[in-house]
Design a protein around this ligand. Structure first.
Ligand code: FMN
Length: 368
């Protein structure tokens, strides 16, 4: 499905995010060949640094990384951009830095080298300076304005979930002339500690990514969609086509995938695009606008939540023997076991909803 995102014509809305999987021309070309609608380069900086080892840890669910930026110097991107674009396809150059002039310089160079758009990534969770910047709407305005003034291609601004008020920062980016915002970047984390040795999985703070951050990304995208009229690219924990649709239904116009490509290889790009397009064909969806923002209609403010009494009811399913998950999970002591079934004490049940999710056979649900 063709889409237009920030005036870019993409063959589908699945974009590969900035990271070591897009570190040079060859890897970007491969990601485009695998079917990506566009690829974002690993962040390009004015002063590259040497990689630390190890720099990525993974616990089977989420990843922590302390990889900072592309190790290809800005001059080298003239060559890499040619290779990246040699098979056709849209390439967005990610840039990172601390000052407006530094970022404007990088953006102008990359536009000259052939980038189709710029993504400003000042939301990297490694290092306090960028973390503070990612929350500061005034600084964000100055940076975006300077970059926008120096290029004619669209400028996307990558936001951080840790921003104190993400709407304010997105509004500042829009006011400064950004064509879109992307959210979220990896989230500051410590992945784990070995309790025998006291060693950390990685010995410094890093960026958390992958499936566990998806709820944070979804909330950030929904918040921006409800408060700022600007194209949004949803990022964070997308593992499959369904996750991509969740972001679009919460207001995103396109999405980015990162960790899932790092763990599963470039085939994952092909799979997500294929499954996404099959779903659209199956549902006879002709334009992304038919689903964009659909779930926002069901997103209520807390004040609108139901307060009428609801309690839990069992259906006729036969319990898994001695499972007792609902009894253990009932904080109010409202569920008891008979020989073959469970009973609910209507006076004790407060309708919290936990039992619906812990029951392995979905025997319990709330009724009003
Ligand atoms: C190893 C690694 C390196 C990354 N490098 C960059 C980077 O250079 N620039 C950037 O803006 N984001 C970078 N990111 C963040 C990703 O682009 C993405 O925003 C984040 O991982 C959340 O998406 P995901 O859960 O799909 O990975 C990196 C992430 C990982 C895991």
């Amino acid at each position: 499905m063709n889409i237009t995102f920030m005036s870019l014509k993409l063959k589908n809305p699945i974009i590969v995010s900035a990271g070591p999987w897009s570190r040079d021309g060859e890897s970007i070309r491969k990601a485009i060949e695998a079917g990506a609608g566009a690829v974002i380069t690993e962040s390009i900086v004015s002063d590259t640094i040497i990689d630390v080892r190890p720099r990525i840890a993974y616990n089977g669910k989420g990843a922590q990384n302390i990889r900072l930026y592309s190790d290809v110097q800005i001059e080298g991107w003239e060559r890499e951009m040619k290779i990246a674009k040699s098979g056709g396809g849209i390439v967005i150059a990610s840039i990172s830095g601390h000052t407006p002039s530094e970022l404007a310089y990088l953006a102008a160079k990359l536009e000259f080298f052939g980038a189709d758009a710029i993504e400003i990534s000042v939301s990297n969770p490694m290092g306090e300076a960028l973390e503070i910047l990612a929350s500061d709407a005034d600084q964000m305005y100055m940076i975006v304005k300077e970059v926008v003034n120096h290029v004619d291609i669209p400028v996307l601004v990558k936001l951080s979930q840790t921003a104190t008020n993400i709407s304010r920062v997105a509004k500042a980016a829009k006011k400064a002339g950004a064509s879109g915002v992307s959210a979220i970047n990896a989230v500051r984390c410590i992945l784990g500690v070995d309790i025998e040795t006291g060693e950390l999985m990685l010995p410094t703070y890093g960026g958390y990514s992958g499936a566990p951050i998806r709820p944070l990304g979804l909330a950030a995208v929904a918040t921006i969609a409800q408060t700022v009229d600007i194209p949004i690219c949803g990022i964070g924990g997308i593992d499959n086509y369904k996750n991509a649709i969740e972001y679009i239904m919460l207001g995103a116009s396109a999405v980015q995938i990162g960790t899932t490509v790092m763990i599963n290889g470039f085939e994952r790009i092909t799979e997500i695009v294929r499954d996404f397009e099959a779903w659209e064909r199956d549902k006879k969806i002709k334009s992304i606008n038919e689903i964009k923002g659909k779930a926002l209609l069901n997103l209520k403010s807390f004040d609108e939540m139901k307060v009428e009494p609801a309690i839990c009811y069992p259906n006729g399913e036969i319990c898994v023997e001695a499972c007792n998950a609902c009894i253990k999970g009932c904080m109010y002591g409202a569920i008891a076991r008979t020989e073959i079934d469970v009973t609910i004490d209507k006076n004790l049940c407060t309708g919290c909803g936990v039992c619906q999710f812990v029951c392995p056979i979905k025997k319990l649900s709330l009724k009003w």
